[in-house]
Design a protein around this ligand. Structure first.
Ligand SMILES: Nc1ncnc2c1ncn2[C@@H]1O[C@H](COP(=O)(O)OP(=O)(O)OP(=O)(O)O)[C@@H](O)[C@H]1O
Ligand SMILES: [Mg+2]
Length: 369
């Protein structure tokens, strides 16, 4: 078995680092302070939430994860909330069904539905019914906490709530705010700019309502050590050298680190000897993400392409050279850079706050183009 998982959230026991973040989440939960966790895609949000909720459960508290990934309608949101809250001990499908039955809804394999006749057809609830049901279900965690228990409820991909309905954050807030200090809420999202809108815009209900926690890149030294320990024959100097090089090249990007480590592990188990292991692992990883990079490229605007290409080449994105080369004004390049940073495509790093592409493989893909 290759021990490097790069497609799914990691098992809490396999986490590298993230101690400071887990501490921050645990402290906030103990104080019943809401937290918002914003990070770029694939930086380990779901993994961190999983580890946090597992730690909470191990300490005897109640914890539930509501996954709002790509919800498109209010009914989707209702389904996901029902699914998430079912994880709370003492709630289970029975309690959810009982709550929904009060407002004429049933819950089954097809999600939450309206029963049209005693034994007859079922239909999708109307948005208004779904909103009423959401309001009702969201009271469950606080009811459970009324005997002094700590209940933690985490929402993943929280920004997708607004895709389903522009005003759902208002509804959530209106229920949650009356739960005082009984439930600890956590809102994680992978669109940093959307998360900023939800929590940083005075006009929005959640303005200033949650303590920010960020997910930085993984620390290189510790990551190298942990990755090496999971390689076959870690004592071999060639393995150590190749591991150090791929971890360095991944620049602390969690998913990219694991993807590269996966391919290095495969190469090390190959019968065929490879000369330059790190380069070969890099080439395999790059081939694997080729179509994803092409798809991303096709969604970028002309100024965004100019900025990303310049940054990939190690140039200052807003230099006169870049402006001339691409025939785009420096002010446009500047505002585009800021937007890409806000959106998590670009990252500022080091003392000089140099702009880099978040994804080192996309940077290499751009250079190879
Ligand atoms: N702490 C960590 N240690 C090692 N690898 C990690 C860590 N966190 C994340 N990863 C790697 O990154 C991958 C993506 O993690 P995860 O799914 O938790 O990220 P995410 O931010 O929720 O992603 P998405 O934006 O796709 O929802 C994992 O499969 C794993 O390879
Ligand atoms: Mg996730």
């Amino acid at each position: 078995m290759n021990p490097f998982e790069y497609q799914r959230p990691l098992d809490p026991t396999l986490l590298i680092d993230r101690r400071a973040e887990l501490d921050a989440l645990q402290r906030a939960a103990a104080d019943r302070v809401a937290v918002r966790l914003a990070s770029p895609r694939r930086f380990g949000k779901t993994t961190l939430l999983g580890a946090h909720l597992a730690a909470m459960r191990a300490a005897g508290h109640h914890a539930a994860l509501v996954d709002l990934d790509r919800v498109a309608t209010v009914v989707d949101v209702l389904d996901r909330i029902a699914e998430g809250l079912r994880q709370l001990p003492g709630v289970g499908p029975g309690a959810i069904a009982a709550r929904l039955a009060r407002i004429g809804l049933t819950v089954g394999p097809a999600g939450v539905q309206v029963q049209l006749a005693p034994r007859g057809a079922r239909a999708t609830p109307s948005p208004d019914d779904a909103r009423a049901a959401i309001r009702d279900l969201l009271r469950l965690p606080a009811d459970l906490a009324s005997d002094g228990d700590l209940v933690v409820v985490a929402f993943d991909e929280f920004q997708d709530l607004l895709t389903a309905d522009e005003r759902l954050d208002g509804l959530l807030r209106s229920v949650i705010q009356h739960q005082g200090d009984r439930v600890a809420y956590l809102f994680a999202g992978s669109s940093p700019s959307m998360m900023r809108t939800l929590f940083g815009d005075r006009e929005r209900p959640f303005f200033g309502q949650a303590r920010p926690v960020e997910l930085p890149p993984l620390p290189l030294e510790e990551t190298t050590r942990e990755v090496l320990a999971r390689m076959p024959a870690p004592e071999d100097p060639r393995t150590a050298d190749a591991t150090a090089r791929i971890v360095q090249a991944a620049g602390g990007h969690p998913q990219r680190t694991m993807l590269l480590a996966f391919h290095l592990h495969e190469l090390l188990r190959d019968e065929e000897p490879t000369d330059d292991l790190a380069a070969a692992a890099w080439a395999r990883a790059l081939r694997e993400v080729d179509d994803v990079c092409a798809a991303l490229w096709s969604t970028l605007s002309r100024p965004e392409r100019a900025v990303c290409s310049a940054v990939a080449d190690g140039l200052a994105a807003t230099s006169t050279t870049a402006a001339e080369q691409h025939q785009i004004s420096r002010s446009t390049l500047q505002s585009t850079t800021e937007r890409l940073v806000a959106d998590g495509q670009l990252l500022r790093r080091g003392e000089r706050r140099r702009v880099e592409l978040l994804d080192p493989l996309f940077a290499a893909w751009l250079r190879d183009r």
